[in-house]
Design a binder for this molecule. Structure first.
Ligand code: GLC
Length: 550
């Protein structure tokens, strides 16, 4: 049985990874070209975001055919070659499965719209209220009401995301069967894992107006969610313990995650939860500007660490993905302490109990997009919400400032490989603007530099494999109430590992409530880190200490 505890996953957003044919879009052949770079970094799995045929209204999360490769990204032969070449380097592929919804271009939806009752039942069609308004007041995650009216049926269909992403009806056993068949299709191709997109939204509860919120309480972690996951798992990868699966859990609760990712529950290997990344939101409201709440960040991270551990369940641990702003901009420093803060943030994640995920470019300390013009944005969520803010009367400048911080496009600017034109990403015009800082932040300058952010990630990944205490140890917070230090202890069989981080630019003196006697420095972002009774922590200083019993 594969032990995921010492594994690390690298996420690739193919569109922005490497373009080898000059059309401005990255593709699968670009991933093949960079496999040696990924092997050098030391990652075990590559999670590829969707490359299936799609109108690309949500960059591929609007899937029109689950069993093919969009010609924009290459061919099935390219994918097979990628699987083989990755395998030669000890790297497995994880594919992104988007089963809460399909694109409205999908054949199933097309047949539904043609009036075929069998396929109409693949989706969620409902009559409006007697006054002709939508069946419920639920809001789409991308803004506006979540129901779209179809005059010819005098009915609405549900779309929790874009209007071109119609929600699937998981109540229908045929839909569940189709999904299992799709999973088997990819398993037969030799993929080693799946990431399930917003999978905890598939079981809708009752279709009622939500007078307290946007409707999410009626479909998040819904009534049949565990039944559906167990069924899907036991009929597919459940039989193969070496298969790795992660569920993206939107606004979930820890109690549900104990089951989703419980060692004995027969559902998934691990979960992404997002509460620790909402600390710069106002409640669930993302489109605001509020400073990150450090106390809350620690409370959430630590309570999930402990809770999941107590229930023998497993977390995916991460700061970044294609939906999140770049972490060095968000919680670190893009300026003077760029390098130190990027390394500190990496230590925090890679020392935790869970499987770390690295999002492309994170290992280089890539920063937020740095766009200067509204026309540079591509993301449907960002564009819709900009308009919503404007409609509420917010000035263009204020709305733009919010977009600059929170837009998903911050993570989607192309990989910065070198200092040549377009950072070596493409010889054509990139589909989305490059971050102009690629002349300073790029892989070429970091790969051979032992002091680079890249080398630091490499060291963290190696340490997880060398020290079982990192992969398997228990977790305990240390001095949780401290206003600027994030510290924790991991322990296993008499070995203790301390991860101590000054989360801020301001230096501070810190007295560890536990004795650090006998500890030595395993890794630090300063060359002369000194553990002691009272530690002088410099800007964003991070140290990982270990004490081993002889
Ligand atoms: C997930 C994806 C995101 C997408 C959404 C709808 O949250 O990560 O990119 O827009 O699901 O599929």
């Amino acid at each position: 049985m594969t032990d995921f505890r010492n594994k690390v996953v690298y996420q690739i957003y193919p569109k922005s990874f490497l373009d080898t044919n000059g059309d401005g879009l990255g593709e699968l052949r670009g991933v093949i070209q960079k496999l040696d770079y990924l092997k050098d970094l030391g990652v075990d799995y590559l999670w590829l975001t969707p490359f299936y045929p799609s109108p690309q209204n949500d960059n591929g999360y609007d899937v029109a055919d689950y069993r093919a490769v969009d010609p924009r990204y290459g061919t099935m032969e390219d994918l097979e070659e990628l699987i083989r070449e990755a395998d030669k380097r000890g790297i497995g592929l994880m594919l992104d499965m988007v089963f809460n919804h399909t694109s409205t271009d999908h054949e199933w939806f097309q047949r539904a719209m043609a009036g075929d009752p069998e396929y109409k039942d693949y989706y969620i069609f409902r009559k409006g209220k007697p006054d002709g308004t939508p069946p419920t007041n639920w809001e789409s995650k991308f803004g506006g009401n979540a129901w779209e009216y179809v005059p010819k049926f005098d009915e609405y269909y549900l779309h929790l995301f874009d209007v071109s992403q119609a929600d699937l009806n998981w109540e229908n056993p045929k839909v569940r069967q189709e999904i299992q068949n799709i999973l088997k299709f990819w398993m037969n191709k030799g993929v080693k894992g799946f990431r399930f997109d917003v999978i905890n939204l598939i079981s809708k509860g009752s279709y009622e107006d939500d007078n307290q919120g946007d409707g999410r309480r009626f479909y998040t972690d819904g009534p049949k969610i565990h039944q559906y996951l167990e069924e899907m798992c036991s009929n597919t990868f459940g039989k193969d313990p070496s298969f790795i699966t992660v569920g993206e859990m939107s606004s979930t609760s820890m109690e549900h995650c104990f089951k989703y990712a419980g060692a004995d529950s027969g559902e998934l290997s691990m979960v992404f939860s997002f509460h620790h990344l909402k600390v710069d939101f106002m409640g669930n409201e993302k489109w605001v500007l509020v400073p990150a709440d450090f106390k809350k960040l620690k409370e959430i991270l630590f309570s999930w660490q402990q809770g999941m551990s107590d229930h023998n369940a497993w977390n995916a641990v991460f700061w970044c993905n294609h939906d999140q702003p770049r972490v060095v901009t968000r919680f670190g420093d893009e300026g003077e302490y760029w390098k130190q803060s990027a390394k500190m943030l990496a230590s925090v994640i890679h020392g935790l109990r869970g499987t770390p995920y690295v999002y492309q470019g994170e290992e280089l300390g890539m920063t937020n997009a740095g766009f200067t013009n509204l026309s540079q944005y591509r993301d449907v969520e960002s564009i819709n919400h900009f308009q919503i803010l404007r409609d509420k009367g917010m000035s263009e400048e204020a709305a733009y400032c919010i977009l600059k911080e929170h837009s998903r496009d911050n993570a989607r600017t192309p990989m910065q490989w070198d200092t040549s034109e377009n950072a070596g990403f493409s010889s054509g015009a990139p589909w989305i603007s490059m971050n102009p800082n690629y002349t300073r932040i790029n892989a070429q300058s970091q790969v051979g530099d032992p002091d680079s952010i890249f080398s630091y990630y490499k060291a963290l990944i190696r340490l997880r494999k060398e020290y079982p205490v990192i992969a398997q140890g228990d977790f305990a917070p240390v001095d949780q109430a401290h206003p600027q230090v994030l510290a924790y202890r991991r322990s296993l069989d008499g070995t203790q590992l301390y991860c101590i981080n000054n989360f801020y630019r301001k230096p501070c003196r810190w007295r560890c409530p536990e004795s650090l006697e006998g500890c030595r420095v395993l890794l630090s972002n300063y060359p002369d880190a000194k553990p002691g009774e009272e530690i002088e922590l410099r800007p964003y200083e991070s140290m990982i200490l270990i004490r081993e019993t002889k």
